[in-house]
Design a protein around this ligand. Structure first.
Ligand SMILES: [Zn+2]
Length: 99
């Protein structure tokens, strides 16, 4: 499995370099790979995109954190991808850079 990412980056960075369409989905394998949703500026996952019956509690989500540096990909509607590096300070995702 993988996780979802919601980066907070300038709009231009969201555009696909190949076709110019916006990157719409961000996924990566460097987190907990539990279909968590990680949002820049947050210390813990803000959601888990699974059915209610198998979703962990909000309290349990606070046990999960990102590593100091992690990689994920953004995808446009034409399935091109772009790679990003996110970095944490004191466990909180603070920066995102396109590589
Ligand atoms: Zn594209």
């Amino acid at each position: 499995m993988f996780d979802w990412y919601i980066p907070n980056i300038p709009t231009k960075t969201f555009a696909c370099k190949e076709c110019g369409k916006l990157l719409q989905e961000y996924q990566g394998f460097h987190g907990s790979n539990a279909l968590f949703v990680w949002k820049q500026g947050e210390e813990h996952p803000i959601d888990q995109r699974v059915g209610q019956e198998i979703k962990i509690s909000e309290e349990d989500m606070t046990k999960f954190c990102l590593s100091e540096s992690f990689e994920f990909s953004g995808y446009c509607i034409n399935d091109h991808s772009a790679t990003f590096i996110g970095k944490c300070v004191s466990g909180v995702w603070v920066t995102t850079e396109r590589i």
